[in-house]
Design a protein around this ligand. Structure first.
Ligand SMILES: Cc1ncc(COP(=O)(O)O)c(C=O)c1O
Length: 421
C-alpha cells in the first residue's frame, strides 16, 4: 500500500500511488496537473464521518473542480452536487449524478437556466433574493412544475478570510438579510408551485476560525426555529462549505473541530442537513508540475521562469495565495531568494514571491502543491497558451482526463473575416 497524496520515495523523488512524477511528465509534458483519487476518497470518507451523527448529506461544490471525472468520482462515492450554473448541471449529468441530488446556488441564475433546472427536477434552488424568487415562481407556474426553495441567509458575518472569498457580510452580493428571509419564507407558502424546504448559509471559503461557522449556523437555526414556532415547516438546513485547508503546512483540515460544532448544534434536532464542501475534498489531492525555462537575474532580484503561468493557476495573483513550491527531485545546494514567475506578459504572472529556493537549472521540474481546487478550473487561454494536460491517478494507473486543444484547434474555431470584401 502506498501513502495517500504526493510523497517522496527513498531517492527523494516525488511519487503518487507508486508512480514517479517524472515518468508522467516524460509522457504528458508540462505544465501538468496530477490528481490522486486516494486522497480524494480519504477526504470524502472523513467528511462523511464528520457529518454522520447528524445525518448530513454531502453535495460536492462543483466550482472547486468541475472536471467531469472529479465530479463522477465523488458521485460514485455517493455525493450529490452543489452547482452555480447550468453548465455545471450538465457536467453533473454527464458524471452520472441524479438531478434530485443537485442543489442550484448562486445569485445570477438566469431564466433559461431556471427553466432547464425545473424541467430536470433538481433537488432544490438556493435562492439569494426575492427578485430571483419571483423569476422562479413565474417560470414554475408557466411550466406547471413545483420548485423546492431554500433561502440563503446573509448573516452579516466576516469570517476573516481573503476578502474575495468572503461571502457572509452585508456588503457582499450573497444571500438575503435575516429579517427579510422570514417574510419571504412566509410568503412562499402563499405561492403555487413554490415548495419551501428550508434555509441555508455559506459565509465564505478558507475559514480556519470555526467560531464563525458556529455563529452562522446558530443564527440560521434560530431563524428556522422561530419559523417553526410560528407553524411553518422547515425540513432542511444547508450549511454550505468553507472549511480551510493548509497550503503552507502539511496539516489536515480540522474536521474534528467542525464535527464538534455540528454535533453541539444539531445532534438532537430533526433538521435534515446538507453540506457543500469543495476545497477540503479536492484541494490537496492535486499538484501542478512545471518545468524551469531559465534563471534570470536582475541587479537586485532573482527569478526562476517556469512554463506554468497565471492562466494555469491564478490563485497567487488573484487571492495573494501561497502555494508550496519544491523541486520534484529533492536536491541540495545553495539557496537564494527568488520570484517564481510564468511566461505571461503581466507583472501579476507569478506563482511565488520572495521565496528562499534551492538553485535550479533549465529543465528541472518543480511541484506546485495543493492545486486540486480553484486552480485548473479557473484556467484561461490568455497569451494564446493552451491548457495544461490533467492526469488522474486511480488504483495505481494514470488516466488523461480530457483532450487538450492544440493552438491549431483553437485557431480553426475562429471565423476568419475577409476585410477586403
Ligand atoms: C454556495 C457555496 N457552497 C459551497 C462552496 C464551497 O466552498 P469550499 O470550497 O470552501 O468548501 C462555495 C464556494 O465558495 C459556495 O459559494
Amino acid at each position: 500500500m502506498y501513502p495517500t497524496g504526493f510523497y517522496r520515495d527513498k531517492n527523494g523523488e516525488l511519487n503518487v500511488q507508486g508512480i514517479k512524477i517524472n515518468t508522467l511528465t516524460a509522457k504528458y509534458g508540462t505544465p501538468l496537473f496530477v490528481y490522486d483519487t486516494g486522497l480524494m476518497k480519504e477526504r470524502y470518507e472523513v467528511f462523511l464521518n464528520t457529518v454522520k451523527n447528524v445525518k448530513g448529506n454531502i453535495h460536492y461544490a462543483v466550482k472547486a473542480n468541475d472536471s467531469v471525472n472529479i465530479i463522477k468520482f465523488f458521485g460514485d462515492l455517493g455525493a450529490g452536487a452543489d452547482i452555480v450554473s447550468i453548465g455545471e448541471f450538465h457536467k453533473c449529468v454527464a458524471a452520472g449524478i441524479a438531478s434530485n441530488k443537485i442543489i442550484f446556488s448562486g445569485v445570477g441564475k438566469d431564466k433559461d437556466e431556471i427553466e432547464i433546472a425545473l424541467k430536470n427536477k433538481i433537488l432544490q434552488f438556493n435562492i439569494e433574493s426575492k427578485e430571483e424568487l419571483y423569476d422562479i415562481y413565474e417560470i414554475a407556474k408557466k411550466l406547471k412544475i413545483s420548485a423546492n426553495i431554500c433561502l440563503r441567509i446573509n448573516p452579516d458575518i466576516a469570517p476573516q478570510t481573503h476578502k474575495k472569498i468572503s461571502t457572509g457580510e452585508k456588503e457582499t452580493k450573497f444571500g438575503i438579510d435575516s429579517e427579510e428571509v422570514i417574510s419571504i419564507y412566509k410568503k412562499l407558502h402563499e405561492l403555487d408551485y413554490m415548495n419551501p424546504v428550508g434555509l441555508g448559509v455559506h459565509i465564505g471559503s478558507q475559514i480556519f476560525d470555526f467560531s464563525f461557522f458556529h455563529r452562522a449556523y446558530s443564527n440560521l437555526k434560530d431563524v428556522a426555529d422561530n419559523l417553526k414556532k410560528s407553524g411553518y415547516i422547515v425540513p432542511t438546513l444547508d450549511l454550505g462549505g468553507g472549511i480551510g485547508i493548509y497550503y503552507e503546512k502539511n496539516k489536515k483540515p480540522n474536521f474534528d473541530n467542525y464535527k464538534k460544532i455540528i454535533s453541539e448544534l444539531f445532534l438532537n434536532s430533526d433538521y435534515k442537513l446538507s453540506f457543500e464542501p469543495g476545497r477540503s475534498l479536492v484541494g490537496e489531492a492535486g499538484v501542478l508540475i512545471t518545468k524551469v525555462i531559465r534563471n534570470k537575474t536582475n541587479k537586485d532580484k532573482n527569478f526562476i521562469v517556469v512554463d506554468a503561468a497565471m492562466n494555469n493557476l491564478i490563485r497567487p495573483t488573484l487571492y495573494d495565495a501561497y502555494h508550496e513550491v519544491e523541486p520534484v527531485k529533492k536536491k541540495s545546494g545553495l539557496e537564494r531568494i527568488v520570484d517564481i514567475v510564468g511566461p505571461i506578459c503581466e507583472t501579476g504572472d507569478y506563482l511565488a514571491l520572495n521565496r528562499k529556493f534551492i538553485e535550479v537549472k533549465c529543465n528541472d521540474l518543480l511541484t506546485i502543491r495543493t492545486t486540486g481546487a480553484y486552480s485548473s478550473v479557473m484556467k484561461s487561454n490568455y497569451n494564446s497558451r493552451i491548457d495544461a494536460v490533467e492526469i488522474l491517478i486511480h488504483n495505481g494507473r494514470p488516466y488523461q482526463m480530457k483532450e487538450i486543444e492544440t493552438i491549431h484547434d483553437i485557431i480553426l474555431k475562429e471565423k476568419i473575416i475577409d476585410f477586403h470584401q
